[in-house]
Design a protein. Structure first.
Length: 399
């Protein structure tokens, strides 16, 4: 019977994949995501928005809230405020939490790192409360840390009322709309990009697990993110669901250096508010397929690449070589025409090697900036002859 269930499950997953692959490439831009209330797809390296649908619409984010709880736990460990092997004793407040659960029981003693696994892999609402109390001292104080972090990251449309995303109903007015964590597709993508930019190893060591087991507790459960089973390069991040929020997902997929891409990169996407878990999967896969098929990561300039030369006051032996400060990669569509614009400041004697002298900006055909690169001096020009000093003075005063 178990083998039959596994077979049926694989057939269903395969049918979803085939449906996505045969339809997504041909879809018009406005029809790529047909199921969510809001979504976004960006790349990690350049932060270019590759697709968006109501990206700034404020909506409940359900268990995607746990991404912020997870981030604060990672940073608290990094800063030495707590240790990943800290033992946390489970109390009544933690054990009574409802919804998706890590099945914590009163009196249990669980390491922080295992609670972090239970938080992200099986979406344990109880694990979120345990982490919050350990790091913040209380749930309310931890929520203050969450909201402070949103401001630091520039998540302008996000607010938290708890660490797990469960709606909070009023006992006095049960018919009143609940208090909920609120965010937008764009804000969640900002959070995910920050997590990968700064803590990729710590994040993926947990979010990339298809199955989580903790034998000491007799616990074993599949990751709630089904994309991990469908696409090998997917390595995160978090699912979410409540009745008000619908089915939500923040997902990530590695892209690799090949004949199309000049370096490794990662696609990061968010879908909010789908009305079925399969539609959440289809919307997410469509976005990933669209991004993978239609965009490439290209090296548009090398580090120390010669840009040109300038001559101070037009004097031939007062040459300043101009070079790029760093390499630059951009993400662009196969058919895009990339335009560049060079802006140089007035160049005067003396010049130091590495001095900032200008900038190159790259734009797509619609005028959207794709990237920019500093132009610096390749050479020093601080010791010149008396003759050239006189030439500069004469030029300065109009002779």
């Amino acid at each position: 019977m178990k083998d039959l269930k596994k077979f049926v499950s694989k057939v269903l997953l395969l049918s979803i994949i085939l449906n996505i692959l045969t339809t997504s490439i041909s879809l018009a831009y406005d029809n790529i995501d047909r199921y969510s209330k809001g979504s976004i797809l960006i790349d990690q390296l350049t932060n270019r928005t590759l697709y968006e649908k109501n990206p700034d619409k404020k909506m409940p984010l359900a268990s995607l809230s746990k991404m912020m709880t997870f981030l604060i736990a990672i940073e608290s460990i990094k800063e030495g405020k707590v240790k990943e092997n800290d033992i946390i004793e489970i109390d009544q407040e933690i054990a009574k939490v409802k919804g998706s659960s890590y099945k914590l029981k009163v009196g249990e003693k669980v390491p922080l790192i295992e609670l972090m696994n239970g938080l992200m892999i099986v979406s344990g609402n109880d694990a979120a409360i345990a982490i919050a109390k350990h790091i913040g001292g209380s749930v309310d104080d931890f929520v203050k840390i969450m909201n402070k972090k949103t401001k630091e990251l520039g998540m302008k449309n996000t607010s938290f009322v708890n660490p797990n995303g469960l709606p909070i109903y009023s006992l006095k007015e049960p018919s009143k709309p609940p208090k909920e964590n609120i965010s937008t597709p764009r804000d969640i993508s900002i959070l995910a990009k920050y997590m990968f930019d700064n803590y990729e190893k710590e994040v993926t060591s947990i979010t990339d697990k298809q199955v989580y087991s903790y034998p000491e507790r007799g616990f074993c459960k599949n990751n709630t993110n089904v994309l991990l089973q469908l696409i090998p390069d997917v390595d995160g991040v978090k699912t979410g669901y409540t009745g008000n929020a619908g089915y939500c997902l923040c997902f990530s997929m590695k892209t690799h250096k090949d004949d199309k891409n000049d370096c490794d990169n990662r696609l990061i996407g968010v879908v909010l508010g789908t009305n079925h878990k399969n539609k959440r999967t289809q919307a997410s896969m469509s976005l990933l397929e669209y991004g993978k098929q239609n965009f490439k990561t290209k090296n548009i300039a090398q580090k120390d690449e010669l840009v040109g030369k300038k001559y101070i006051c037009g004097i031939p032996d007062m040459e300043v070589a101009l070079k790029t400060e760093e390499a630059l990669y951009i993400v662009c569509n196969e058919d895009e025409e990339i335009k560049s614009e060079v802006t140089l400041k007035e160049i005067n004697y003396p010049i130091k090697q590495g001095e900032l002298l200008g900038v190159i900006k790259y734009y797509d055909s619609n005028g959207n900036e794709l990237g920019k690169l500093n132009i610096v001096s390749k050479n020093n020009l601080d010791e010149i002859s008396f003759k050239n000093k006189m030439k500069i003075l004469l030029k300065k005063y109009g002779f």
